[in-house]
Write a protein that binds this ligand. Structure first.
Ligand code: SAM
Length: 295
């Protein structure tokens, strides 16, 4: 198989000029131009010859070339039609790549994993478009896509939120969702000069290793995530008030207060102080008290 040719400024510019490519800001296009960062991502993703990889947003195919060399197969989903002829050119020497011209948020990825890997876990690797990082990650988890891991470039601040623990300013619904589904680990910080054009924010590569089983037992996942959202939507309010005011929930005041008391917490506790285990316990207590009305 051909060795990667992209991943440095000179060759990236040559491809962009050949096709008169115009960057689309609305698609979050910042292409990687640093081979060290690319090597780091591929190593962190632990790609082997048995792996089927989903790449979200291949751009001009830079990381796709690296992935194609390491994996059994790469499925690359790109929204920008203008990039398709470029990808067909830059990936012509690789016979294990399938390019799909689609909005990744509209693709049934679980079905794609079934078609491409017989429902066995895939690995997701991407330099993500930052404007839709959270819906992409949450979609992969919530739709129960069979996967071993997600290794992605995200905005530094989002990587911090994914890894944050209770009581910190970055802790929120995203931190809890990530911890329910996966073990997060920041692989590297990446400065703006590793991209073309340079983004205004710092970036980081984060690896989320999917748990086979969530670390807590939850009777009703949907209810737990509603409770989490309600707690952080009104961050400054007490947990009890946040839950009482939520449009997504309708528990009696006394039921909420009793469930919080059962956690061993005072009436003034805020949601941001609760661990995943405590949200699971709260959710299980409420599910029991009101079941099946709130299912
Ligand atoms: N992987 C390339 C690289 O590292 O050089 C490009 C990464 S760039 C940050 C993000 C890519 O995602 C762009 O190619 C962009 O067109 C694509 N993209 C943006 N929104 C998308 C969507 N909804 N579905 C699929 N691809 C999308």
């Amino acid at each position: 198989m051909k060795q990667p040719t992209l991943g440095n400024p000179k060759n990236t510019i040559a491809v962009l000029q050949k096709y008169n490519f115009v960057f689309q800001k609305k698609f979050g296009q910042n292409f990687l131009i640093d081979p060290h960062v690319l090597d780091k991502i591929i190593r962190a993703a632990q790609i082997g010859k048995d792996d089927v990889v989903l790449e979200i947003g291949p751009g001009i195919g830079t990381m796709t070339q690296y992935l194609a060399c390491a994996a059994k197969k790469v499925i690359a989903v790109e929204i920008d039609r203008a990039l398709i002829p470029i990808l067909e050119d830059t990936l012509s020497g690789y016979d294990n790549v399938r390019i799909i011209n689609e909005d990744v948020l509209k693709v049934d990825i679980a079905k794609l994993a079934e078609e491409e890997n017989g429902g066995n876990p895939i690995k997701v690797v991407a330099n993500l478009p930052y404007y839709i990082t959270t819906p992409i990650i949450m979609g992969l988890f919530e739709n129960h896509v069979p996967m071993k891991s997600i290794t992605v470039m995200v905005q530094r601040e989002v990587a911090d939120r994914m890894q944050a623990g209770p009581g910190t300013k970055d802790y929120g619904a995203l931190s809890l969702a990530v911890r329910y589904y996966a073990n997060p680990y920041i692989v590297a910080n990446v400065p703006p000069n590793c991209f073309m054009p340079r983004p205004k924010v710092g970036s980081a590569v984060i690896r989320l290793e999917r748990y086979e089983k969530p670390p807590v037992e939850v009777k009703d996942e949907k209810l737990m995530f509603r409770l989490i959202r309600a707690s952080f939507n009104q961050r400054r309010k007490t947990l009890a008030n946040g839950l009482k005011n939520s449009q997504e929930l309708d528990f009696e005041k006394e039921v909420i207060e009793e469930a919080i008391l059962q956690l061993g917490k005072g009436a003034s506790v805020r949601g941001e102080a609760l661990t995943l285990e405590q949200f699971a316990a709260l959710s299980n207590a409420l599910a029991e008290s009101a079941w099946p009305r709130h299912s």
